[in-house]
Ligand binder design. Structure first.
Ligand SMILES: Nc1ncnc2c1ncn2[C@@H]1O[C@H](COP(=O)(O)OP(=O)(O)O)[C@@H](O)[C@H]1O
Ligand SMILES: [Mg+2]
Length: 296
C-alpha cells in the first residue's frame, strides 16, 4: 500500500516536553523511512480526524488516568472509524490494574493483591512491608511502601485516595526488587523485542504524593526462559483473543524467586527503543502490516 497514514497517539505533556517520550521521534522517523505517512496527535485533540488514518496507534497518552472514562470512550469512538491498536476492548480492560485478578484466574502468576474501594472496611497487613497504590495510575503516582507500624500514614493515604474516588491496591512489598530489580519484556507484532531492567522505585519513607523517578537505572537485560514464559502467558490472557500490536510485561520475583506479573501494559507502554535500536524495524513493520491489513 502506498503511504499508509498512521497516527501515533500522545498527550499534551509530551508535546510540551518531547524528551519525555523517547520512542516517539524514533518511530516517526522510521515510519517515514519505511514509506508511511505518520503524524503524532493528542488523543483529546478536538481537531483530529481519526477516520482519515489507516491505523491509530496509542503510544504516549500518559495523562489518560486523569480522565479514564473519557479516554476509554475516545478509544471506542476511534475504533468505530478506523483501526485502533491496541483494540478498544483491550484498552478498557487494561486501564485498571484489577486486570491482575483476571490474569490470576487465567493461571498467570501475579503479585498477590487485595483491593480497597471507597467504603470498604480498611484492613491492612499486620506483618511485613506492604505497598498501597491506585488501580488506575502510572508513574508510581499515589504509590508508597509502609511498614506495619506506619499504619496511620497508610490510612491517611487511603482516605485521600478514597476521597478522590480511587480504589487502592494492597500488595506485599516484594523485597527482591531491591536486589534484582524489575524486568520489563517488550513485544510487538507477536514477537519478543527486548527486555529491560530497572531498579526499585519506592524508597522507604518517600511520601505517596511525591514525584518518583519512574525508571531508575534503566538498562537492557536478557530475560530468562521462565520470565519469557510468564510474559507470554500474561499477553495471551490479557489479549483474550484480540490482536495485540504491542505490549509490555513487568515482572518482579516473589520471595521464592519465581517471576510474578506486577503490571501488564497494553495501552501506552514505553518500549525504550533507544536502548535497543534493532527492535525499531520490527515494531515499524508490525505497524505498516497492520495499516495495510485494514485495506485488504
Ligand atoms: N508490590 C510491590 N513490591 C515492590 N515494589 C513495588 C510494588 N508495587 C509497586 N512497586 C514499585 O512501584 C513502582 C510503580 O508501581 P507499578 O505497579 O508498576 O505502577 P505504575 O508503574 O503503573 O505506576 C514499580 O515500578 C515498583 O518499583
Ligand atoms: Mg510500572
Amino acid at each position: 500500500m502506498a503511504f499508509p497514514r498512521i497516527a501515533l497517539v500522545t498527550c499534551r505533556e509530551v508535546v510540551k516536553d518531547p524528551d519525555w517520550d523517547r520512542d516517539l521521534p524514533l518511530v516517526l522517523k522510521a515510519l517515514e523511512e519505511a514509506g508511511a505517512d505518520p503524524v503524532a496527535l493528542c488523543w483529546d485533540d478536538p481537531r483530529a480526524d481519526w477516520g482519515a488514518f489507516d491505523l491509530v496507534v496509542i503510544r504516549s497518552a500518559w495523562d489518560y488516568f486523569e480522565s479514564v472514562d473519557e479516554f476509554v470512550a475516545w478509544a471506542d469512538a476511534c475504533a468505530d472509524v478506523t483501526l485502533l491498536a491496541n483494540p478498544p476492548d483491550v484498552v478498557r480492560r487494561n486501564v485498571d490494574k484489577r486486570y491482575l485478578g483476571d490474569l490470576s484466574r487465567a493461571g498467570v502468576p501475579v503479585v498477590e493483591t487485595r483491593y480497597l474501594a471507597p467504603g470498604d472496611r480498611v484492613e491492612l497487613p499486620e506483618e511485613g512491608e506492604f505497598v498501597l497504590k491506585p488501580t488506575v495510575g502510572a508513574g508510581a503516582r499515589f504509590t508508597a511502601r509502609y511498614r506495619p507500624q506506619e499504619r496511620d500514614i497508610a490510612v491517611r493515604q487511603l482516605a485521600r485516595m478514597h476521597a478522590e474516588g480511587m480504589t487502592a491496591m494492597v500488595q506485599p512489598y516484594l523485597r527482591s526488587v531491591d536486589v534484582k530489580g524489575e524486568r520489563a519484556l517488550h513485544f510487538a507484532g507477536g514477537r519478543f523485542l527486548h527486555a529491560t531492567r530497572k531498579s526499585a522505585v519506592l524508597a522507604p519513607g518517600t511520601p505517596y504524593d511525591h514525584d518518583k523517578t519512574p525508571h531508575p537505572g534503566l538498562r537492557v537485560c536478557e530475560p530468562t526462559a521462565a520470565e519469557l514464559a510468564v510474559a507470554e502467558s500474561a499477553l495471551a490472557a490479557g489479549a483474550a483473543g484480540s490482536d495485540l500490536l504491542y505490549g509490555r510485561v513487568d515482572l518482579v520475583d516473589g520471595d521464592d524467586g519465581t517471576p510474578l506479573v506486577m503490571e501488564l501494559e497494553l495501552v501506552e507502554p514505553h518500549l525504550f527503543l533507544h536502548l535497543r535500536p534493532a527492535s525499531l524495524p520490527v515494531f515499524v513493520a508490525a505497524m505498516v502490516d497492520a495499516a495495510a491489513g485494514r485495506r485488504v
